[in-house]
Design a protein around this ligand. Structure first.
Ligand code: ADP
Length: 729
């Protein structure tokens, strides 16, 4: 819509406050300076009027006697009066509308006075036109109506009663004032157009200046921001350089010692050196992962899944990873539930574990004596459920004024922290973003020197079946036991290692042969496809990035040709989305590079435990699950001591085995119709026999399979596989 007010240079209501302010300031400057100009003009006109009176009619004669002409008195007194008001107003009320009005009226009255003093000379009438033109300098159209009225009224009144004073003749037409008024209006019309144009330009100028100022301030902010970022980056680079150099120093230094001085080193020392090298390498890896993760998160590319998973399992996994470090420091690391333990919640288990590892890892790192305790509970409201976890430590604590800053990237509570404990200041920034992405938050309370409590809240989605306490009773150390009893015996396994890197192939061969496996090597996907179609392997370890043919194409090609064996992806992209990409290509397992030997043995060891039939060559979903320590069993809620019911439940369990295998095969083959039908069967029958835990993942699987979404199907399918292993009579 056209803004008519703006078109005519009037302030529009849509103008921003700052534009209005600029415009008002500009007008004020014009008004004040024009007031001053008129004040000077008034004084000049006063003097001029007196001079005119003295020049034209200095004396009046009564007979032979002369005396001062009344015009002179009129010029002195009348002119003085007319000039006095505007001058005083200019001094005391500069720039106001009242001052302008007084000046406008006085100015045209001065014209009347001068016309009178000149005896109505027509040339003096030009003073009126000049006055109006001068008034236009105010750019205020409101001044013209009163000024014009005064001129017209003066001409009318004097034209009727004293024409000589205004027109210089004794008798004048009674309409002559109208002719004069018409000329004044004619001039006014043009002056008004000029004023409007000028006002419009002023308005545009104000808008333009405002924009420029805004840009300038944005630019200033951007410069400051860039400056800050630059300083942060430099600090970060200095930190990173220190962080990278420290472990590299360890790796290179000890490697050098081993190369040069091998003969003089006893076994124990050698073992110690090797451990230092491994520890340093792992530290470097964490650092790189953190940097990658943060850059991905900051680019808004963090992918979050939502699948059913056991929070208890995630907590116990975390504790088992960190318990050794805690034990080495002589501090106690434990966890407990303050509410019934949920069997599953719906969240992203990978991210939740990453978050928990960060927070509990910090707690262990910054606690030198005392304990670290994780207390969890489910908080349910009418509309939703949250998982609330508190990580309480008795460590060094954090100063109050640092509590906000520590969540910013690269910030540490204290510079001495870096020197004493290491770290890059990225963990909490990543953790907070993860907590927010999981529908919650991460907060902290702390007392310097006394300890810290980090509170993690995340949305729990659907909570299924609180498992009775006895089933999930926490046995400290049980998780560790679970891990250490993992078999590393890979005898009877034949494995194809596909990797373009010579060193990687050598390393993998070494690790696998140590475990007793028979190993073949291939340097790219093409060679691997040829070999795998000729010789049956128990597993293929497939690098995903290779020249000639990469791992994605090789896996897809093998699956297309009906290859049903295990294909475990090896990738250096340790991001959560890469796992799904590999699964989509047809891989059945996933390991990130650099390969952790324990993880490799665990994964392959589980293959070894299974009979080598088609069932064992199922999806890695299971293998990944088997990395976890023993899951809790789930019983049917039906009274299975009744023989007939028992029979029905057993029959279901038998069928379930086959159906889940069929589901995995359907998923492998991308047959979403079959997968959706199988999920539909599970959704309907599991609840009937008292295994309600299947209902939610089965219905989700059915939903995503129906729309043909292979990627989304992997989540609920994984949950179903997991549950299948846990259900018993
Ligand atoms: P990093 O641990 O790599 O330095 P984080 O982002 O994980 O980076 O933590 C940032 C800072 O917050 C740490 O350097 C430390 O000063 C402080 N901090 C984090 N957790 C704790 C804790 N449990 N106790 C004391 N200080 C902590």
């Amino acid at each position: 819509m056209i803004d008519l007010r703006a078109m005519f240079g009037l302030e529009s209501t849509t103008l921003s406050a700052s534009v209005k302010e600029k415009l008002a300031k500009h007008y004020k400057t014009i008004h004040v300076s024009t007031d001053q100009m008129f004040a000077a003009l008034m004084l000049l006109q006063w003097v001029g009027g007196v001079a005119l009176a003295l020049f034209i009619t200095p004396l009046t004669w009564i007979g032979a006697e002369s005396q001062l002409h009344p015009h002179v008195m009129m010029a002195v007194l009348g002119g003085g009066l007319l000039a006095a008001m505007p001058v005083l107003m200019t001094i005391f009320r500069p720039g106001t509308l009242a001052t302008r009005m007084v000046i406008a009226c006085s100015q045209v009255l001065f014209s009347s006075l001068l016309i009178h003093l000149s005896g109505g000379r027509i040339e003096t009438h030009f003073h009126v036109f000049g006055s109006l033109a001068f008034l236009a300098a105010y750019r205020d159209p409101r001044l013209f109506p009163p000024a014009t009225l005064i001129v017209a009224a003066d001409h009318l009144v004097r034209g009727v009663w004293w024409p000589q004073s205004v027109f210089g003749i004794v008798t004048a037409s009674e309409w002559r004032w109208l002719e004069h008024a018409a000329w004044v209006l004619f001039e006014n019309a043009f002056l008004l157009i000029i004023i409007m144009q000028s006002r419009k330009i002023m308005l545009e100028l104000a808008i333009h200046t405002d924009r420029l100022e805004q840009r300038e301030s944005e630019l200033e902010n951007a410069i400051q921001e860039a400056d800050r970022a630059n300083r942060t980056k430099s600090k970060f680079l200095a930190n990173m350089s220190h962080e990278i150099r420290t472990p590299l120093n360890g790796i290179l230094g000890f490697t050098e010692v081993l190369i040069r001085d091998r003969q003089n080193i006893d076994d124990e020392e050698m073992e110690e050196h090797l451990h230092t090298i491994r520890r340093s390498g792992k530290h470097l890896l964490t650092l790189i992962n953190d940097v990658l993760d943060l850059s991905k998160i900051e680019a808004g590319q963090m992918s979050i899944q939502s699948v059913l998973c056991s929070p208890h399992q995630i907590i116990s996994d975390t504790v088992s990873v960190l318990r050794v470090t805690a034990a080495e420091k002589g501090i106690n690391l434990d966890y407990r539930w303050d509410s019934p333990v949920p069997d599953t919640i719906k969240t992203d288990p990978y991210r939740l574990k990453q978050l928990l590892l960060n927070i509990v890892g910090n707690a262990v790192k910054f606690t030198d004596q005392g304990s670290v305790l994780i207390v969890s509970r489910i908080v349910e409201t009418d509309s939703n459920a949250n998982l609330h976890m508190e990580v309480r430590d008795t460590g060094i604590g954090i100063a109050q004024d640092k509590l906000d800053a520590i969540f910013k990237p690269f910030v540490q509570a204290d510079d001495s922290v870096t020197r004493k404990y290491g770290g890059t200041g990225l963990g909490l920034a990543i953790s907070k973003k993860i907590a927010e992405a999981l529908g919650g938050n991460l907060t902290v309370v702390s007392r310097l020197g006394q300890g810290t409590v980090f509170s993690i809240d995340i949305a729990a989605g659907e909570i299924s079946h609180p498992v009775e306490e006895r089933e999930l009773q926490h046995h400290p150390g049980a998780d560790i036991k679970g891990k250490t009893t993992q078999s590393h015996d890979l005898h009877h396994l034949s494995i194809l290692v596909v990797d373009d890197g010579d060193t990687n192939r050598k390393l993998l061969r070494l690790l696998l042969e140590r475990g007793g496996a028979k190993v073949r090597l291939a340097e790219n996907g093409e060679v691997a496809v040829e070999l795998a179609l000729q010789v049956p392997f128990d597993a293929i370890l497939m690098d995903m990035q290779m020249p000639v043919m990469d791992g994605y194409s090789a896996t897809t090609r093998l699956r297309e040709r009906g290859y049903q064996g295990e294909i475990i992806a090896l990738t250096a992209h340790a991001m959560s989305g890469d796992r799904e990409k590999c699964m989509q290509a047809g891989c059945s397992g996933y390991l990130s590079k650099p390969v952790d030997a324990d993880e490799l043995y665990r994964l392959l060891g589980n293959l070894n435990l299974k009979p080598q039939d088609s069932t064992s060559k199922s999806s890695s979903v299971e293998h990944r699950e088997s990395e976890r320590s023993e899951p809790a069993v789930i019983h049917s809620v039906l009274p299975t001591n009744d023989d007939e019911i028992r029979e029905i439940v057993l029959e279901f369990l038998d069928t379930l085995e086959n159906k889940v295998v069929e589901m995995q095969l359907a998923w492998d083959a991308g047959d979403m119709d079959a997968l959706s039908q199988l999920a539909h069967w599970l959704k309907g029958s599991a609840g009937t026999v008292g295994f309600n835990c299947f209902t939610a993942p089965a219905s989700e699987l059915e939903k995503v399979a129906k729309v043909g979404d292979t990627f989304q199907a992997s989540g609920p399918l994984k949950t179903i596989c997991d549950l299948k292993r846990r259900v018993v009579l």
